[in-house]
Write a protein that binds this ligand. Structure first.
Ligand SMILES: Nc1nc2c(ncn2[C@@H]2O[C@H](COP(=O)(O)OP(=O)(O)O)[C@@H](O)[C@H]2O)c(=O)[nH]1
Ligand SMILES: [Mg+2]
Length: 254
């Protein structure tokens, strides 16, 4: 169905890294330095939710040096990770000047997702529709995480994997790359989930469409600077959302 014989051409200047931010000013300079060290041609879109710590000022400062590569969308308040990504993806799909973005990559602002792993991701994008940075395949893992956090994450992925029957190992992870044709096929307006559930939902919707996935091992290091915005509410949302998502399969078939 979605089998393509020729490898995809992954031009780095058509890659857009989408980064949702909420109070991440301290992390912006290093993040951008690391991204552009991988390639000078990459593009970044920040979706900021009215951060109060000067995040936007930081972004704008770097934007003056790379006006065609660094983009910023601003929302009036903290509206959640899921809708921030949806807004970013929709913006990305609409852009045509100077060229269309062909690959969208999800990445946190806090350096937990090391741009170092982008190289492996780009390689696998040549032959897969979607590439997931995965903590739970050989070579992947987490660093500086407490036992409880490790347990919640590992259990969360296994729980969703079993309930949804998904053959993917890191379902809650948020370091993922999508060819534009995948995002075009997902009805982004129908995606309702927020935090971890959002990551599960996106993968599930793409999987149900028959797209080919690859998981590349990543080491997720907990943030050194700034504070986490995740809460118990987001974990609970993921637990019940998975059951709602199960119904999608029947819905998409009919
Ligand atoms: N725009 C936006 N970004 C958010 C929101 N919540 C979290 N983020 C960003 O999403 C990324 C992941 O959040 P983080 O707090 O590090 O989650 P954790 O790694 O699971 O603790 C970071 O870049 C945050 O700044 C939100 O409501 N709106
Ligand atoms: Mg984080």
């Amino acid at each position: 169905m979605n089998i393509t014989k020729d490898p995809f051409n992954v031009a780095l200047d058509s890659v857009l890294i989408v980064v949702p931010t909420y109070n991440e000013a301290v992390n912006i300079p290093t993040l951008l330095e690391k991204i552009f060290n991988i390639s000078n041609q990459l593009n970044v879109l920040f979706v900021d939710d009215n951060s109060q710590d000067g995040t936007v000022d930081q972004i704008k400062k770097f934007q003056t040096h790379r006006p065609t590569q660094i983009h910023l969308l601003q929302r009036p308040g903290k509206l959640g990770l899921g809708t921030a990504y949806i807004k970013g993806f929709k913006w990305a799909l609409e852009q045509t000047v100077p060229k269309k973005f062909q690959v969208m990559i999800e990445m946190d602002a806090d350096l937990s997702h090391d741009p170092f792993f982008l190289k492996a991701i780009f390689e696998e994008l040549k032959t897969h529709d979607a590439v997931l940075g995965s903590r739970y395949v050989p070579g992947g893992g987490t660093r500086n995480w407490g036992l409880i956090r490790k347990f919640i994450s590992r259990f969360g992925s296994l729980y969703a994997q079993i309930i949804l029957g998904l053959p993917l190992h890191d379902l809650t992870g948020g370091f993922n790359a999508w060819h534009r044709h995948v995002l075009e096929r997902i009805n982004l307006d129908d995606v309702r989930s927020e935090g971890y559930a959002f990551q599960i939902e996106l993968k599930y919707r793409a999987f149900l469409q028959g797209f080919r996935f690859k998981e590349v091992p990543i080491i997720f290091s907990d943030r050194f600077l700034g504070t986490s915005k995740m809460s118990h509410r987001i974990v609970i949302e993921a637990m019940y959302r998975v059951w709602l998502l199960r119904g999608l399969k029947a819905q998409l078939k009919s």
